[in-house]
Design a binder for this molecule. Structure first.
Ligand code: KG4
Ligand code: ZN
Length: 361
C-alpha cells in the first residue's frame, strides 16, 4: 500500500510518499518539506495570508518532487491523504483542495487527516510501537499529553491553559531581542548561560491536574529583562538558561505524573512508552530531562528523528495508511471541508480557544 501525504496546516509546505508492507511495517519513500521561515522572519512570526499564498505557489512542485523522489507516478499510489485541520484555514484550504483535485483526477480515494493524529501515530512508523502509549506533543501551536489507545482513539490528559510551549520560546526570544524562530536561538544562547541566575516560576508544578501554563513564565522573563535593561550578551544567555531550566523542571513534573497515571491505568505493561513530537522536542535540555524522567520510571523514551518531529508529509501519509488499514470511513471526499479547529479528543473539555466554532485543539 502506498499513500501520498500532503501537509499545509502552518508554515511548512510538505508532501511525501509512504508505503506499508503486509506486516504493517512502514517505509518512507520520499519526504519533501519546504519551510517558509524566510518569508515570515521579518514579521517575527507566521503571517497566515503570506503562508496561504506561499502554499499555493509551492505545493504543486513539492508534490511533484515527492513523487519523483519516490520514483513513482500518481497512478502508482493507492490513496491521497491531506491535513484537513486543525491549523491556519488558508493553508488547509490550499492543501485539501489540491488533494481533492489530485485524488479525483487520478481516481484515488482521499483521506482527510487530523494533523495531531499525524504527530500521534509517527512513533508507529519510526519505531513500530504498539498501542497503548503516551504522547507528549510540544510544538509552536500545541502542548498536550495524549493517551494513544488506537487509530482514531485518543484521550487528552493535559493541555496548555494559555500559550503553547514553542510559542513561549518564540515570545521569550522576541522579548530579549533574539530572532524568529525563537526556540533554536534560545537554546543556543542558553548553552553559554547560568541557569541559576534567575529564579523563574515552575508553572503548575506539584498540581495533580496534568495541564500546562507558560504565560506567567513569559511575564517573569519580561520583568527580569526590564529590570536589568539594556541587556548585555551575558544577561541574554543567563535569561535563556534560566528560562530553559524552568521549562525542563515543569515538564519533568507534568510528565512524571502522567507516567505514574499510565502505570496505574495499564499495570501489566512491562516497558511502557512515552513518545515526544513537535518542534520543541529538538531541544537537548528538554530531551535530557524527559529521558531521565522516563528512565527513573521504567519507561522507554521514543523521540523520532527531528524531520519527523516537526511538520511533514510523511506523518500525514502514514496516518492515512493507518486509517485505511483500520477501515475507517473518510466520508464523501468531494464535500469534505477543512477545519481550523479539530480536537483529537472530542470528549475532553476545551481549556482555551473555544469559541462558537468549537475547541481549538
Ligand atoms: O512542530 P513545529 O515545527 O511546528 C508547529 O508548531 O507545528 O514547531 C515549531 C516550534 C517553534 O515554536 C520553535 O521555536 C520550536 O518549535 N523549536 C524549539 C527548538 N526548535 C524548534 N524550541 C526549543 N528548542 C529548540 N531547539
Ligand atoms: Zn505540527
Amino acid at each position: 500500500m502506498r499513500v501520498l501525504g500532503i501537509e499545509t496546516s502552518c508554515d511548512e509546505t510538505a508532501a511525501a510518499v509512504v508505503s506499508c508492507g503486509p506486516d504493517g511495517t512502514g517505509e518512507i519513500l520520499s519526504n519533501v518539506v519546504l519551510s517558509q521561515i524566510g518569508e515570515h522572519a521579518a514579521f517575527g512570526g507566521v503571517v497566515p495570508e503570506i503562508a496561504a499564498r506561499a502554499h499555493v505557489e509551492a505545493l504543486d512542485g513539492v508534490i511533484e518532487a515527492a513523487l519523483a523522489d519516490a520514483g513513482m507516478t500518481l497512478d502508482k499510489v493507492d490513496a491521497v491523504a491531506a491535513t484537513a485541520g486543525p491549523g491556519l484555514i488558508g493553508g488547509l484550504i490550499v492543501g485539501l483542495m489540491t488533494a481533492k483535485a489530485v485524488a479525483s483526477a487520478a481516481g484515488k480515494p482521499l483521506i482527510p487527516v487530523n494533523h495531531l493524529e499525524g504527530h500521534a501515530l509517527t512513533g508507529r512508523l519510526t519505531d513500530g510501537l504498539s498501542f497503548p502509549y503516551l504522547l507528549l506533543l510540544v510544538s509552536g501551536g500545541h502542548t498536550q499529553i495524549v493517551l494513544v489507545r488506537g487509530v482514531g482513539d485518543y484521550e487528552r490528559w493535559g493541555t496548555t491553559i494559555d500559550d503553547a510551549l514553542g510559542e513561549a520560546f518564540d515570545k521569550t526570544a522576541k522579548l530579549i531581542g533574539l530572532p524568529y524562530p525563537g526556540g533554536p536561538n534560545v537554546e543556543k544562547a542558553a548553552a553559554e548561560g547560568n541557569p541559576a541566575r534567575f529564579a523563574f516560576p515552575r508553572p503548575l508544578k506539584g498540581e495533580a491536574r496534568l495541564d500546562f501554563s507558560f504565560s506567567g513564565l513569559k511575564t517573569a522573563v519580561r520583568q527580569a529583562a526590564t529590570a536589568i535593561a539594556p541587556l548585555a550578551e551575558e544577561d541574554v544567555a543567563d535569561i535563556c538558561a534560566s528560562f530553559q531550566a524552568a521549562i525542563a523542571e515543569t515538564l519533568e513534573d507534568r510528565v512524571s505524573r502522567s507516567l505514574d497515571r499510565f502505570k496505574r491505568d495499564f499495570p501489566g505493561m512491562a516497558r511502557p512508552v512515552l513518545v515526544v513530537a513537535g518542534g520543541v522536542a529538538a531541544n537537548r535540555t528538554i530531551r535530557g530531562a524527559l529521558e531521565a524522567t522516563c528512565a527513573s520510571r521504567g519507561f522507554r523514551f521514543v523521540a523520532p528523528p527531528h524531520i519527523l518531529c516537526t511538520d511533514n508529509g510523511a506523518m500525514i501519509a502514514w496516518a492515512g495508511i493507518e486509517r485505511l488499514r483500520a477501515s475507517i470511513d473518510s466520508g464523501d471526499p468531494l464535500t469534505l471541508a477543512p477545519r481550523s479547529r479539530w480536537p483529537l479528543d472530542t470528549l475532553s473539555a476545551p481549556l482555551i480557544g473555544s469559541g462558537r466554532r468549537g475547541a481549538k485543539a
